[in-house]
Design a protein around this ligand. Structure first.
Ligand code: GAZ
Length: 263
């Protein structure tokens, strides 16, 4: 094998991070991306490479070695394709970027936890929890960041890490009627998000694709799992999401079946 290969899942935000970094470096065409169907059991040849783990992305390097974890894969590409550098090089600025990157954990958990919640009584608490995350990001950017829109001068490492999730969280607007309030305490993070999702290197997915594929997550079934009464996951590769109707927005009522979802 002469080229690196990334095994990935369609609309997987962790996989999109890798595509964004490569696009920023002008190296997207130097790496093969092979799509894995998350709704089918992992093929044996892939499980052999990963020694049994199933989470993607997984990178197979040009010399056949296997690297897991999106942030580790980003660092590897940053190291082998040195120019242009995306991560900060000044130690303090690099630390600031890493502090922000570390905040992705709670942010991601808050968004997915809310999307997957099935108890209407918990909605208000989950919304508050989400707003707290946005307020924390806002505060961080005001404290450490450039005047805007990005953390530093350009779309960089932290933006690569967060942008796929800003785009996934379109599902909260659709399925939970969530909108980031216009209040000034969210103004800096709103500016950041708007610039991130519009950046040319981050256009691997669309709002329509996210909303159609994540319907089952909104009904409580993550990672390609099948809901009762269904024969296909909303993450199925076929039929193509473009050919399917928009799913119902009411996630707390009787879930839609295969036919209504165009599956
Ligand atoms: N830490 C890994 C990385 O590469 O950064 C995470 C990779 C990962 O979770 N990949 C998922 C996967 O391959 C797809 S994207 N799953 C299939 C499997 O067999 O493991 C799901 C969540 C969540 C946040 C994100 C995702 C998600 O909760 O987008 O809960 C179900 C998965 C906070």
């Amino acid at each position: 094998m002469t080229r690196p290969t990334v095994y990935h899942i369609p609309v997987c935000p962790f996989c999109q991070r890798v595509e964004i970094l490569l696009s920023l470096k002008g190296r997207r065409e130097d790496v093969d991306f092979r799509m894995i169907d998350i709704t089918a059991p992992r093929p044996d040849w892939l499980l052999q490479k990963t020694r049994g783990t199933t989470a993607l992305p997984v990178l197979e390097t040009a010399d056949g070695r296997v690297i897991k974890e999106s942030l580790v894969i980003l660092r590897y590409f940053e190291d082998i394709y040195r120019e242009p550098q995306i991560a900060q090089t000044d130690p303090y600025r690099r630390a600031v970027e890493n502090m922000l990157t570390t905040m992705d954990r709670d942010f991601v958990a808050a968004g997915y936890g809310w999307l997957m919640n099935q108890d209407p009584k918990q909605r208000d608490a989950l919304r508050e929890n989400m707003l707290k995350q946005y307020a924390q990001l806002d505060d961080f950017l005001l404290e450490h960041g450039a005047p805007g829109p990005f953390l530093f001068e350009t779309f960089g490492w932290a933006e690569t890490v967060f942008t796929p999730f800003f785009q996934r969280f379109w599902f909260l607007e659709y399925y939970e009627d969530f909108e980031l309030p216009t209040a000034s305490r969210y103004a800096r993070v709103r500016e950041w998000i708007d610039a991130c999702v519009a950046h040319p290197a981050a256009q691997q997915t669309t709002r329509e694709e996210v909303i159609k594929l994540y319907y089952d997550y909104a009904c409580g079934a993550g990672n390609g799992a099948l809901l009762p009464g269904r024969s296909r996951s909303s993450f199925a590769l076929e039929p193509d999401w473009r050919a399917r109707p928009w799913p119902p927005r009411s996630k707390y009522r009787q879930p839609a079946g295969d036919t209504e979802l165009g599956l």
